[in-house]
Design a protein around this ligand. Sequence first.
Ligand SMILES: Cc1cc2nc3c(=O)[nH]c(=O)nc-3n(C[C@H](O)[C@H](O)[C@H](O)COP(=O)(O)OP(=O)(O)OC[C@H]3O[C@@H](n4cnc5c(N)ncnc54)[C@H](O)[C@@H]3O)c2cc1C
Length: 508
Amino acid sequence: VPFLESRGNASTCKRTTVAILGGGVAGITAAQALSNQSITDFLIIEFNGDIGGRMIDTNFGEDPEGNPYKVELGANWVQGLGTEGGPENPIWTFTKEYNISNEYSDYSAIMTFNETGAVDYTGILDEFEEYWTVFEQNAGYILTENLQDRSFRAGLSQAGWKPKKDMMAQAVEWWMWDWETSTTPEESGFVFGITGYNLTFYQYSEENNFVTDQRGFVTLLKGIASTFLEPNDPRLLLNSIVTNIAYSSDGVTITLDDGSCVQADYAICTFSLGVLQNDAVAFEPELPEWKQTSIATFQMGTYTKIFYQFNETFWDPETQFFLYASPTKRGYYPVWQSLTPEGFIPDSNIIFATVVGRESYRIEAQDDDTTMQEGLEVLRQMFPDKNIPDPIAFMYPRWSLVPWSYGSYSNWPVGTTLENHQNLRANVDRLYFAGEHTSTEYFGFLHGAWFEGREAGERIAGELTKDCVNVASGCGNYTNYEVLHGTTTYDEYNAFNGMSVSPFFVAE
Ligand SMILES: Cc1cc2nc3c(=O)[nH]c(=O)nc-3n(C[C@H](O)[C@H](O)[C@H](O)COP(=O)(O)OP(=O)(O)OC[C@H]3O[C@@H](n4cnc5c(N)ncnc54)[C@H](O)[C@@H]3O)c2cc1C
């Protein structure tokens, strides 16, 4: 295929100043930042038929009148709200502004179970909380002294938390770690695991509010978008799938799957880390080594909510969370969340389980009925005295297979550095990047995407208008690191360190 043909005939491309690739939170806040600086010539190019990205709901089950409920498949909580006089999470600000119905998630409204039924091991939860202070001190020391990072598992273990084969302790650990990050303590880095937690929950607050709005959580994003987009605004291209991004120091040409193209002075790619990792989009030229390394390094987790609606609430109607410890498998249908309590959706009789990571991949690969039966079997163990009926509705998404996301949200693996992550953020020529995954402070969260979209928009607006409003970190190019250094110099590979043959030795 001739080069020009592969990326569309540039002379017939739509022209725009800034192409915003993706209409999720980051794409919308990027466009808003441009609008705020009077740059109105932009195009938002979005795969789906609506904006929102990972803020996405679906109809599920039915209410007493026979109308479906709305449940959130993706983001569901405002995480870390804010304190009086302190900084406020922007997602919380807009949740209030657009009257998004929500309710405080009370993590102490919890009951604990194992395969024999209800067994109170909430004491282990309290114990883990006490260890958390030690984790924080240790991680803080490693960060300030620039010591070698380790896995979250190693961090836990060195602080004295060793769940061993106690499945109830493992369930507690899953609830406190895997549930938030979608990854195991073995896969996660220690320092940035603790840092990420602190920056959201200590900077704002330790409150998480669960959104139950029957218009969908995305109503919030639509509210923000309505401040600068008209209804049916021609600058929003929906159902438009980007396949190819050709970039240079002069501009960016974007090709869509129908062969049409957009030529822009700048572009902001807000596609998820999963999309970038799955080669769903081709870059011309290939992204530089430093960029590719960062894309390959960070992890895309998968978080799966498995929804059941019953014809009655057979569980305690006031309890929000039911934690289950499987006798054989850590992370097997571990958390069940009820929508019955006051403030949620009381008449719904909806309860949903959450699994992450490998368990998500396992159930994604099997049919719905098999998964439904597995969950029911767990519920029958948890409530041995109840006669548990078959559900009247059942559903779960398969996030790791969704072609516009390929997973749920990102996490920092073992042994990475701030520099490597900065490379994930950094632009390559006129092609900028933003999204949940580029947030150093709030990766994995809605507010991370919100800040990062705004920053990319402000950096480009600063270049175009010569008026830089992003005072904290400037406008135009992001910092990037061409070379990432290891911690062992080549001459240390010697007999004194136990390596008496060269690591490159090959017997003749
Ligand atoms: C199951 C789940 C639970 C979560 N829970 C929470 C939570 O409770 N609280 C919280 O704060 N955060 C939560 N998150 C994270 C939050 O949803 C994300 O951080 C945020 O929505 C990411 O926004 P974004 O703009 O970076 O990316 P996205 O929302 O993914 O936006 C990128 C956009 O690009 C589009 N796109 C992708 N590929 C293409 C292509 N080839 N061509 C054109 N367009 C394309 C996509 O359709 C999408 O609209 C959750 C996420 C998931 C999946």
